[in-house]
Write a protein that binds this ligand. Structure first.
Ligand SMILES: *Cc1c(COP(=O)(O)O)cnc(C)c1O
Length: 416
């Protein structure tokens, strides 16, 4: 019996239930993944107890000799992994990393360009309900109506017209490769800094399965818990010339004490991503998304932009005559976990939506390959074509649970 189950059975029981849910269902939320046992162990370590405001060698508290050693190791690994001059490993989440960059490089009221949120951008790229949209003058760029791919001509025109201080490239629900070189050119032409928020694709970049923004971007932000398979947290990278400004933007600009336990786990995750196996993993994520995409299209579902180049797909649920909300709920009933999402030029509200976002990173972490994706794709088509059929949902749920249990879950049923 664990200490927790003895001392706090209520919390222990809930954690145990969540563990069971993660094993029995097919986790297809594009932003989720399974961290390794080593990452989980570091996250639960005694560094939880330590305050270390400042940076290695320049702390505001005593007792930081091991914090310094840890943070320096994490920084060195991050720089090696992404081939950049400077890394700040302190951002506690993607939202804070982005806030730190804005804080470092622009003033309230300044103009920033970011991807239209209803077409795949992130809340922190200028949503009116987020600090970013309230503090800064965001000008959104969009995808082309026909191709549903980012309209780079429009990005260039808007940049020259608006002369933003920063152009943000990066998305949460965009299935196509992003041309960082083209964004870099436009940023230089228009006098803007290029900030790439690679939160979703950082693992693909680390594994060489998506072109890197390094060399094109002035600043790069990313979460560490998505395709990168680390702890919940984030990372900010930049060219040497921006290092001091970026560090000040994080601390004292937007954060207090760093989460050293997360930094320990980030260091572990960076080392895992530096291994040759991670390249194989990243490539498999993309191959799996392509196989799933082909199976869904063969089943009559329309995918936004006609397919995928990365780890995620965006289904247009209008192609089966239902909303994203209905699709998400029907699949959840069958043990397949996804999230509804607006599609470009969506006619439904952001709550109901016409789209469904799904990704392959977590299933790939369980060792699934193209054959498994085709089976999963067939289940998805069956459920979405008969979303009200209790019989279909029940049958698929039973098959899914049996199937899922056959694949070890890193950090849960697999010791590594
Ligand atoms: C996930 C994500 C974020 C936010 O990360 P949190 O850790 O949830 O704050 C920011 N930007 C993009 C592009 C993301 O995908």
């Amino acid at each position: 019996m664990s200490v927790l189950s003895r001392l706090d059975p209520a919390v222990a029981r809930i954690i145990e239930s969540e563990r069971g849910r993660q094993v029995d269902s097919l986790e297809m939320i594009a932003s989720e993944n399974y961290a390794s046992a080593a990452v989980l162990e570091a996250t639960g370590s005694v560094f939880t107890n330590k305050y270390a405001e400042g940076y290695p060698g320049k702390r505001y508290y005593a007792g930081n000799q091991f914090s310094d050693e840890l943070e320096t190791l994490a920084i060195d690994r991050a720089k090696e992994l992404f081939g950049v001059d400077h890394a700040n490993v302190q951002p506690t989440s993607g939202a804070e990393a982005n806030m730190a960059v804005y804080q470092a490089f622009v003033n309230p009221g300044d103009t920033i360009m970011g991807m239209e949120l209803s077409q795949g951008g992130h809340l922190t790229h200028g949503s009116p309900v987020n600090y970013s949209g309230r503090l800064y003058n965001f000008v959104p760029y969009t995808v082309d109506r026909e191709s549903e791919v980012i309209d780079m001509e429009q990005v260039r025109r808007l940049a020259m017209e608006n002369r933003p201080r920063i152009i943000v490239a990066g998305a949460t629900a965009y299935p196509r490769a992003i041309d960082f070189a083209a964004f870099g050119e436009i940023a230089r032409e228009s006098g803007a800094l290029l900030m790439v928020d690679m939160s979703h694709i950082a693992g693909l970049v680390a594994g060489g399965a998506h072109a890197t923004p390094a060399g094109h971007a002035d600043v790069i932000t990313t979460t560490t818990h998505k395709t990168l398979r680390g702890p919940r947290g984030a990372l900010a990278l930049c060219k040497a010339e921006h290092a001091d400004a970026l560090d000040r933007g994080v601390f004292p600009g937007t954060q207090g004490g760093p989460h050293l336990h997360s930094i320990a786990a980030k260091a572990v995750a960076f080392a895992e991503a530096l291994k040759p196996e991670f390249k194989t993993y990243a490539r498999q994520i993309v191959a799996n998304a392509a196989a799933l995409s082909a199976e869904l299209q063969a089943g009559g579902l329309r995918l936004v932009s006609g397919g995928t180049d990365n780890h995620l797909l965006l289904l247009d649920c209008n192609s089966v005559g239902i909303s994203g909300l209905k699709a998400q709920n029907a699949l959840q009933g069958a043990g397949i976990i996804t999230n509804r999402n607006t599609i470009p030029y969506d006619q439904r509200s952001a709550y109901v939506t016409s789209g469904l976002r799904m990704g392959t990173p977590a299933l790939t972490s369980r060792g699934m390959k193209e054959d498994e994706m085709r089976r999963v794709g067939k289940w998805i088509v069956r459920v979405l074509k008969d979303p009200d059929g209790d019989g279909v949902r029940e049958a698929v749920r039973a098959e899914v649970a049996e199937f899922a249990r056959a694949y070890p879950v890193p950090g849960i049923t697999d010791a590594e």
